[in-house]
Design a protein around this ligand. Structure first.
Ligand code: CP
Length: 311
């Protein structure tokens, strides 16, 4: 097995298939720890993990905090609304302050694409991108790939349909990079106003209708429609969006019978996905959340200089 050599995890575009496989393989024993009655191992005792979020989050921040706690690291959460950021402190100065206090890993969510790269160049601590603008959300894509691999055995040869606002979705971008590197075929579909120009250079295939995207798919990944986009005139109404691009039971029947239905959350039930599909037998949405903890444990472990887990 290869060793992890990077200081930071900034995106999946630059990762090799071998590096992605190493992360997914490392998450397997981490998930086993999550199944124990006492979910605690001493692996990262004495390490300090800081979550620094400039945007709201439920899943990503909580799962990183739990991942750190299960590995016995000390974890601190900085909510920017209650920090000196509101007094005008810059990202660099905030990060230098955290580094001076001994943070080993800083997990950053920021509205600006590229903010984690800036941070990684500024501090010695490992930096994990927890979502930067519309650029990348690598840990979400890694947990998505982990979930699919766990259910399907492997990723190569699968057809993955990603439906929704591709233009503004960092989840879509990271998943396209990740799944294509691992040998899956990725289809994308959404309103023309929400499709990035030249998206094909990523290796994704653009489908003009949701029916085309769903037909024969092994994985159906629905994206959250960002309701504020309607004010920007990118789609006429919520009802129209749901009619043209929403996943319901009838449409899902076009995919393979054992297709996995995924959503990164938070969901707009009744808009991009019907409640019966979100809660149906094909849905792995709750498992995505659980696997998010295992994958983030693996990342904290690898970025803290781990060899094989001593769980
Ligand atoms: N999927 C995701 O990033 O969710 P949160 O915004 O709740 O972290």
């Amino acid at each position: 097995m290869m060793n992890w050599k990077r200081k930071d995890l900034l995106g999946l575009k630059d990762l090799s298939a071998e590096e992605i496989k190493l992360i997914l393989d490392t998450a397997v024993p981490m998930k086993e720890i999550l199944g124990r009655r006492i979910k605690k191992v001493p692996t990262l005792r004495g390490r300090t993990v800081v979550t620094l979020f400039y945007e709201p989050s439920t899943r990503t921040r909580t799962s990183f905090e739990l991942a750190a706690k299960y590995l016995s690291a000390d974890s601190v959460n900085i909510s920017t609304s209650a920090s000196s950021v509101v007094k005008g402190e810059s990202l660099k100065d905030t990060a230098r302050t955290l580094a001076a206090m001994g943070a080993d890993v800083v997990i950053l969510r920021h509205p600006m694409a590229g903010a984690p790269v800036l941070l990684a160049r500024t501090i010695r601590a490992a930096v994990i991108n927890a979502g930067d603008g519309t650029h990348e959300h690598p840990t979400q894509a890694l947990l998505d790939m982990f979930t699919v691999r766990e259910k399907k055995g492997e990723l190569a040869g699968l057809t993955v349909a990603i439906i929704g606002d591709i233009l503004h979705s960092r989840v879509a971008r990271s998943n396209i990079w990740g799944f294509t590197k691992m040998g899956a075929r990725v289809r994308v579909c959404g309103p023309a106003t929400m499709m990035p120009p030249e998206i094909e250079v990523t290796g994704a295939q653009v489908c003009l209708s949701i029916e085309e995207a769903l037909t024969g798919a092994d994985v159906v990944m629905m994206l959250r429609i960002q309701l504020e986009r309607q004010q920007q005139g990118l789609f006429p109404s919520i009802r129209e969006y749901a009619r043209l691009f929403g996943l319901n039971r009838e449409r899902l029947s076009l995919a393979r019978p054992d297709a996995l239905v995924m959503h990164p959350g938070p969901m707009n039930r009744g808009v991009e996905i019907s409640p019966e599909v979100a809660d149906g037998v094909n849905s792995v949405i709750n498992e995505q959340v659980t696997n998010g903890v295992a994958v983030r444990m693996a990342l904290l472990y690898l970025l803290s200089g781990g060899g094989m887990p001593d769980a």
